[in-house]
Design a binder for this molecule. Structure first.
Ligand code: NAD
Ligand code: 0WE
Length: 256
């Protein structure tokens, strides 16, 4: 089914083959979209070139550290030149300093708070503002969030606060961009075994906890995030904006 045939998209947040961004990019590609990719820095350039290169030798692949306005500007200038228009954007980017995800939330430093919010929440606003002028036929913006935005997940700490800002930003962006037929939604994913989850103490136990307590009694597969990403990008979601869609085996509905 080529529900995204002829659509032009850009993907932020591929680090390796396990990245949620890669799962959604593959689903967008399979549905017929043509995609551009960005990578955070030289460290990840080769990885992204190897993965995105499988979509064809002329795939646009550009550096973008989302804290750098000049890089954001260059990315969308290059996309404008190559595509002439944009329909889809995936935001799958988050970072907080490691120490902020380990200790007591009470000790969150001003610096860690700023960094987490700049990279994980403000970047959605900056990227949406840069993308919007290219979304001349309307568009769909999708961002990744997590349940720690709304309930306390021990150690998620300042990232939970930044995800709450990301989810609220999604609603305000949906209102801002709605008149231009640009939709903005979040996917709230259950825990996934990615680079961003590696080294998080107790992550294995968290996967087991979902298996035991989520209604579906299992964890989420990357391709299931891909399928929801493709749904939100397509015309089947044409009247859905400002929402958080849970792809979490139903965990979010539970009270105990
Ligand atoms: P990942 O490590 O594969 O992806 C995170 C990405 O953020 C990386 O590609 C990294 O390069 C990018 N990034 C960090 N700082 C950046 C910066 N300054 N500029 C540009 N890019 C930057 O891990 P993932 O699990 O695929 O995470 C993707 C998204 O999914 C994040 O928003 C994360 O919060 C969210 N999420 C993850 C899980 C999970 O359990 N893994 C669950 C729910 C939501
Ligand atoms: O959003 C995330 C993780 C994002 C993340 C991961 C790291 C690890 C490396 C942000 N910043 C950093 N900084 C680093 O230095 N998730 C939803 C995955 C995640 O992270 C947790 C979780 C879950 C789930 C941290 C503590 C508790 C649960």
């Amino acid at each position: 089914m080529s529900t995204l045939q002829g659509k032009l998209g850009i993907v932020f947040g591929v680090a390796n083959k396990r990245s949620i961004a890669w799962a959604i990019a593959q689903a967008w590609h399979r549905a017929g979209a043509r995609l551009a990719f960005t990578y955070q820095g030289e460290r990840l350039k080769e990885n992204v070139e190897e993965l995105a290169g499988t979509f064809g030798p002329d795939t646009l692949i550009l550096p973008c550290d989302v804290t750098q306005d000049a890089q954001i500007e260059s990315v969308f200038a290059a996309v404008g030149e190559k595509f002439g228009r944009l329909d889809l954007m995936l935001h799958s980017v988050a970072f907080a300093p490691k120490e902020a995800l380990e200790g007591d939330f009470l000790n969150t430093s001003r610096e860690a708070f700023k960094t987490a919010h700049d990279i994980s929440a403000y970047s959605l606003i900056a990227l949406s503002r840069a993308a919007a002028p290219l979304m001349t036929a309307g568009g769909s913006i999708v961002a990744m969030t997590y349940y720690g935005a709304e309930k306390v997940i021990p150690h998620y700490n300042v990232m939970g606060v930044a995800k709450a800002a990301l989810e609220a930003s999604t609603r305000y962006l949906a209102y801002s961009l709605g008149p231009r037929k640009i939709r903005v939604n979040c996917i709230s994913a259950g825990p996934m075994n990615t680079l961003a989850a590696r080294g998080i103490a107790g992550f294995g136990d968290m996967l087991k906890h979902y298996e035991a307590h989520a209604p579906l009694k299992r964890n989420v597969l990357p391709e299931e995030l891909g399928a929801t990403g493709a749904f939100l990008a397509g015309d089947g979601a044409a009247a859905i904006t400002g929402q958080v869609i849970y792809v979490d085996s139903g965990y979010q509905i539970m009270g105990m």
